[in-house]
Write a protein that binds this ligand. Structure first.
Ligand code: ADP
Length: 445
């Protein structure tokens, strides 16, 4: 059945059904972003470097060989498909691996290679002959800790002597235990308990401290204080590495507390743009015509992946059910799923098992999906007052940098309100949105 009362954009957004009232947390956003992304974000922006101490060495490398890593570690890096260092890695890696150790604050948007950089530094600093934790990495949540641990496990696949332990919920040790693993990756609360309350390991013996996702960390109540309490116990010789996707004053003030005498590197975020994107709109009279338009288009695009945005969860569910019934392999992402359900859905989508992802707005707000060739606005993005939400439009459709592949955007217009939104978007970006006859979707290039 066609869901009533929400098919048309004449209707006010049904807030109870829409995901809009329900924001996802910065930690969830960061996680989903990590999972959906296939590879590096390429950037054209120059790297900015600040040194508090002008005598500290600073250079950049163009190959992983020039880092003189252990051969087994280098083999692991290549096995992951990394041929050459990303822009941030070119400068971060030699600094992180330098002797004597250098402290670093690095800021760049998600997907630019920070995690791979500090994981490589963590692994190469381990002395496997010493049976105690030497490297401590703090992540804001369970899931983010696991993501980092999985990168470490893959990168060290030829170094079985390096042992890693998660300090996260669900992991428990008998009282009196002593941890012998070399690397601990965990959340601040659990790490505090393990180190201070149960004395499972000695913070004084940590030689590398990594604070990942610092901006997400401070957005989580209580985490910042816990990090500072852990940090206070570390030896003064400990190398500090601090990573953040954003650069607000609050984050930098936190960084100042954690990282004495740092080298600071920053990579400015690439602007999103609609260049290289072919934009269309399709006139539809009903939700069924919208559905028909989707299936016509779907028949034409055999290569690449698509994302379809719906205004409400209800429409998204309806569309997913209908497309599935008609034999299409679609995935759906919505606010009523658990984190682990979302992870497995996005894992499958990233691996291409489903070609189409149907979603509501909120979940996709933080995510960019450059590997997607087609974006369909089943409902146009609008604010509470049914006016064009140009920012969301750009975020759904736009790509970053001149490396951004070309893409196609299709807007389904089913009412005068929707038409007005479409026109306003066109005017706002000064980029033509072409009329497309969905019966004749071959027109799409
Ligand atoms: P960030 O921590 O900044 O979000 P990641 O380290 O997670 O970035 O890297 C983003 C994506 O790029 C991951 O899929 C990762 O496997 C991949 N990646 C990282 N470094 C390289 C590299 N040098 N070459 C190719 N891919 C890389």
């Amino acid at each position: 059945q066609v869901p009533n009362n929400e098919a048309s954009q004449n209707d006010a957004p049904a807030t109870s059904e829409s995901d809009d009232g329900k924001e996802i947390t910065p930690a969830e956003k960061s996680l989903l972003q990590k999972i959906i992304r296939k590879g590096l974000i390429e950037t054209t922006k120059p790297l900015e470097i600040q040194r508090k101490n002008p005598n500290s060495p600073l250079y950049s490398i163009k190959s992983f060989e020039s880092l003189h890593l252990k051969p087994e570690l280098l083999k692991g890096v290549y096995k992951m498909g990394f041929n050459s260092p990303s822009k941030i890695q070119e400068t971060a890696l030699p600094t992180l691996l330098a002797d004597p150790p250098q402290n670093m604050i690095a800021q760049s948007q998600s997907g630019t290679g920070k995690t791979a950089a500090f994981v490589l530094a963590m692994l190469s600093r381990v002395n496997p002959a010493k049976p105690h934790p030497q490297v401590l990495c703090l992540s804001p949540t369970y899931e983010l800790a696991i993501q980092t641990g999985e990168v470490a496990a893959r990168m060290s696949q030829y170094c079985p002597e390096i042992k890693l332990k998660y300090a996260v919920r669900g992991e428990d040790l008998a009282r009196g235990s002593k941890i012998e693993d070399h690397i601990i990756i965990g959340t601040p609360g659990k790490v505090l308990d393990w180190a201070m309350k149960f004395k499972f390991f000695d913070l004084k013996k940590i030689s590398v401290f990594v604070l990942d996702e610092a901006d997400v960390m401070i957005a989580t109540q209580g985490h910042q204080d816990q990090c500072i309490r852990i940090h206070k116990q570390l030896p003064p010789t400990c190398q500090m590495m601090f990573f953040s996707a954003t650069y607000e004053t609050e984050v930098m003030e936190f960084a100042e507390i954690i990282v004495p005498n740092p080298i600071i590197i920053r990579l400015l975020k690439e602007e999103e743009s609609l260049d290289n994107i072919k934009q269309y709109y399709v006139k539809c009279k009903s939700i069924d015509e919208k559905y028909q338009a989707i299936t016509n288009i779907y028949g034409v695009i055999s290569i690449g992946q698509a994302i379809i945005f719906c205004h409400t969860r209800r429409t998204a569910n309806w569309l997913a059910t209908k497309m599935t019934k008609d034999g299409h392999a679609v995935a759906i992402l919505s606010g009523d799923q658990t984190v682990s359900e979302r992870i497995s859905i996005l894992d499958r989508f990233r691996d291409g098992l489903e070609k189409v992802l149907i979603t509501t707005n909120v979940l996709a707000r933080g995510i960019d999906v450059e590997q997607v060739t087609l974006v369909v606005n089943f409902d146009l993005p609008m604010d509470q007052h049914q006016r064009a939400d140009c920012e969301t439009y750009l975020h759904r459709i736009g790509r970053t940098g001149r490396f951004g592949k070309s893409g196609i955007a299709i807007n389904l217009v089913d009412s005068p309100v929707a038409m007005q939104i479409c026109l306003d978007i066109e005017k706002h970006f000064k980029k033509k949105i072409h009329l497309l006859d969905a019966e004749d979707a071959d027109e799409i290039e």
